[in-house]
Ligand binder design. Sequence first.
Ligand SMILES: *Cc1c(COP(=O)(O)O)cnc(C)c1O
Length: 360
Amino acid sequence: MSRVYNFSAGPAAVPLEVLQKAQSEMLNWNDSGMSVMEMSHRGKDFISIAEKAEADVRELMAIPDNYKVMFLQGGATTQFSMVPMNLLQGKSKACYVNTGAWSKKAIKEAKIHCDVQLSASSEDDNFTSIPAVESWDIDSDAAYLHYTSNETIGGVEFQDVPDVGGLDLVADMSSNILSRAVDVSKFGVIYAGGQKNMGPSGIALTIVRDDLIGNVKAGSPTMMDYKNHADTGSMFNTPATYSWYLMGLVYEWIKSKGGVAGIEARNVRKAEKLYAAIDASDFYANPVQISSRSRMNIPFTLANSDLEGGFLADAKAAGLVTLKGHRSVGGMRASVYNAMPEEGVDALISMMAEFERTKT
Ligand SMILES: *Cc1c(COP(=O)(O)O)cnc(C)c1O
């Protein structure tokens, strides 16, 4: 059986080397005589796996010592609630930037807990750009400012960390974490679901500055309190052990590829050549303003939408799958996360050129 190039937005492709390592260790991890899935989370074997994953991601992202790193359940969506519950700390307002579908979901959830000040929105241009930070309406009395560093559906990405004065910055990095260098010290909270750039779904890497922990809104369920997870090394209840282990294998893999810098250079090459192919053609188009284009999720349309079915069929025959765009946007979308090899992007570009040649 041959593997395909999987352009899925999430759950997304996992590096082949990671899957092979997991396979080789599936029945007997490190002579323990058991699978990681079968281990007690409190035993020394699993603790060593958990600690290694944390140490590796701390090293990869250069996470300062005054930040807690947590492996939490419920995906990124649970963080949409945990952020306001933990960070409001008696305040009644938080600032949010709306750059697309995932921002909107975070905003909707935050409104359950506080007044949301919409600091900026690109809804008027159909979410094809990132609003310039100089134009943002920031309230210095707000508890924090939340933004989505990469919009997985629209394909827009912040190229820099916005400067929001003294407000604590919170970022949903689900679809671009570990794909580019970021200065963690500029943030109060960074969170990311696993299934785009780190392997499995259902788990969220959550990085929180120490001083923001320990002041959860009264009446919150214990599972929603960062302090309970921080104090127990993310073992307040039974963690998602196998997913945590897989994330650790992905961190090891990124280290073997030259760390975030090595991966970023590869991501730049992959995105640049795919955008160049789209821009050079009158047949394909990407709607996003050039300076806001995502390196991870690249939506594109065909000159004639009646050809979409044929395009997807030809792509599938060439071993290129899950290219159909999100139902809210239409067209195609190529998600080219860290795990997508450069050869996969090259294969897509060739297939696109061939399809265009036969249809024009
Ligand atoms: C996928 C995604 C989410 C949701 O993740 P879940 O794990 O399904 O909760 C949130 N934000 C962004 C930017 C995403 O790409």
